[in-house]
Each structure stands twice: as C-alpha cells, then as structure tokens.
Design a protein around this ligand. Structure first.
Ligand SMILES: NC(=O)c1ccc[n+]([C@@H]2O[C@H](COP(=O)([O-])OP(=O)(O)OC[C@H]3O[C@@H](n4cnc5c(N)ncnc54)[C@H](O)[C@@H]3O)[C@@H](O)[C@H]2O)c1
Length: 321
C-alpha cells in the first residue's frame, strides 16, 4: 500500500515517522512550503514529494492523510474523494459548520470514508476508561468532567492557524479531543449545549483562548469541560461520576477508580506510549482501507462533534466579540 501525507507540519511529521518507523507501507509527501518540504524529505529520505495536492493526485495512492490547517480540510477532502480515495483527516473536521456539513455530504455522495483522527481514542487509558463505563462498572454515569490546558499547543504548530478564526483556530475547535472522548465515554446523544469563553490574555486574537463547556445528553448525562491555551504546563484530567463508582485521572498520574461495593479506591496504570497511539491509529486506517470497514470515527461522527464545537463557539462568543 502507498499513502500520501498531505501537509508536513507538526502532525504530518508525526504520521510520517509512524509509517516509517513501523514499516507500515510506502509513503510520499505533499507540502506547499518548499523549505519545509526539503527539510522533511531529507530528514526521512523520502524521494517522492509534491508541492500541491492537485499535482500529487495525478499519481496513484491507496489513501491520503490530510494534515493541513483546519480551514483547508474541506477542499482537500473534496479533491481526494473525487479521486476515489478514502482519507484519514486530522481533527477537527473543518473550520465552519457549513464546510463540515459539505464534507459529510461529499463522503455520502462519493461513498468514501473520512477517518477523523481523534487519536486519544487509541490511547490505552482512554480505552480502559471506555471499557469500564461500557461494562457498567460505574453504574449509571451522570457526570463527566474533563479539562485540557496549556500554552504549548499554540507553539507546536509550524503555521499560526490555532490563533486565527479564518484558519479554523480557537481553543474549542483545537481541543475538541475532549468533546470527542467525553461523548464517546458517555455514549448518549447530545441534547443541549451552553458555553462561556474569553480572550483572557490574547486580546489581539479573533478567537477564544479559554472556555467552559456544558453539554447535556440524553439519559440525564451532564458533561463539563474546561479548555485553555494559557497555563504554563500542558495537562489533561478526567473525572467520571456514576451511581456505582467514580473515576479520577490526571494524565501524569495513575487512574483511580472508586468501587462503591468495595468502598475503596483502586489504582490502575495509565502510562501513554505516544508511539503506540499513533501506530494503532495508522494501523486502523490501513486496516479500513484494506477491508473497506467503516473507521471508528467517520465523517458522520466528526460532523456530530463539529456541531457541538460550533454551538459552543456561538454561545461563548456572545458578549466577547
Ligand atoms: N491529533 C492530534 O493530536 C493533532 C495534533 C496537532 C495537530 N492536529 C491537527 O492537524 C492539522 C495540522 O496541524 P499542525 O499542528 O500539524 O499544523 P502545522 O501548521 O504544523 O502544519 C500544517 C502544514 O500544512 C501545510 N499546508 C498545506 N496546505 C496548506 C494550506 N492550504 N494553507 C496553509 N498550510 C498548508 C503547511 O505548509 C504546514 O507545513 C490541524 O487540523 C490540527 O488540528 C492534530
């Protein structure tokens, strides 16, 4: 099999390394920035490189990994599905609700999938928590609290899309991993959304740098998420409340599960091996390409998450801009 990595910035390089280090398949690169293209091609010894997606798609690939800034996702996806390709698409789906909806329609019309790469679902601790919730270890789950914070996110990227509305930036869309996994853990349809946000530090931006999200779901589930681009350290945390137990986890500590029946806290290993996360994510994509199976997160799921992102942004920005 042969993949095209389109957009070789921060995450494009991560996916390239994953493919090469694990000998998963052949790979070519597409990167519009000449200096960056040369740097990455030389570093990893890639001979086949392209300057544009149009040029690359004149050649044959089994799939494309779209790693461009959010605002470019729709045009990139459209070109790929029209070329008959199933794609892996970096999160979030897009930069506007309208374009995200168009992307869902394109996948339906051309009968192609877009695997939206919410990679945390491939990390062991998240899978462990999902399994415990699904197996009913917490009884009826009525509350999920999550947080993600850190200014590192702004400086990771090679371009400044995270801080600009026109490029699809803002803390809510960028940290939408939290929305994706909280809805995945809960497994219930969304009913309503409320959100408060601010430009607490970055007054010059036209997007939010901090937000508090409240999502109500069917079956009495409430989700609360804190996000910010401000804290000096980067960290995530999760608390889940159920009638039979609770889970508490900060990402540099062990997962703690309170078992009501035993009346005690049980500690579980929660180390994340990021190489494994990205390998399992890429293997999932390749498996879906080979078998034609539906990916774990497709354009339908990516759109549902984007609808929540959009509602939160709309609500939070009232009075801020
Ligand atoms: N899953 C994750 O954990 C994760 C982590 C980081 C980023 N992402 C997502 O991956 C995507 C890329 O993020 P990144 O941080 O790697 O970005 P980046 O700025 O580091 O890289 C983007 C690359 O795309 C290229 N590019 C191609 N077409 C472009 C266009 N039309 N306009 C501008 N640049 C174009 C740029 O030259 C650049 O090299 C985003 O959608 C982001 O949300 C996901």
């Amino acid at each position: 099999m042969k993949l095209l990595i389109h957009g070789c910035g921060y995450i494009g390089e991560v996916h390239l390394k994953t493919v090469l280090n694990n000998h998963l398949c052949e790979v070519a690169l597409c990167e519009m920035n000449g200096q960056r293209r040369k740097e990455v091609a030389e570093k990893y010894g890639i001979d086949e490189t392209y300057t544009s997606l149009d040029e690359a798609l004149k050649h044959s690939f089994d799939g494309v990994v779209i790693c461009t800034p959010n605002f470019a996702h729709k045009d990139d996806l459209e070109k790929c599905v029209k070329a008959g390709l199933n794609v892996m698409l970096e999160k979030p789906m897009s930069s506007t609700l309208e374009s995200a909806r168009e992307m869902r329609e394109l996948c339906r019309k051309y009968d192609k999938f877009a695997f939206v790469a919410y990679c945390l679902r491939f990390a062991q601790p998240y899978q462990r928590i999902k399994k415990m919730v699904t197996e009913g270890k917490l009884g009826k789950v009525f509350g999920i609290h999550a947080s993600v914070a850190g200014k590192k996110a702004i400086t990771d990227a090679k371009t400044d899309y995270r801080t600009k509305r026109a490029l699809g930036g803002g803390v809510i869309s960028d940290f939408s991993h939290e929305i994706d996994y909280a809805l995945w853990f809960g497994g219930k349809p969304v009913k309503n959304v409320k959100c408060f946000g601010a430009r607490a530090i970055h007054k010059e931006w036209d997007v939010l740098d901090t937000a508090e999200l409240l999502i109500s779901c069917e079956d009495d589930l409430c989700i609360a998420i804190h996000m910010d681009f401000l804290q000096p350290y980067f960290g995530r945390s999760i608390e889940i409340y159920g009638t039979e137990g609770a889970i508490r986890w900060r990402d540099n500590e062990s997962i703690k599960f309170y078992d009501c029946k035993k009346d005690k806290w049980i500690e579980m290993d929660s180390a994340i091996d990021w190489d494994d996360v990205y390998r399992e994510e890429m293997e999932h994509y390749l498996h879906c390409l080979q078998t034609g199976e539906k990916p774990m997160i497709d354009a339908e799921n990516g759109f549902e998450t984007f609808e929540v992102i959009d509602k939160c942004v709309q609500d939070a920005e009232k009075g801020v801009f």
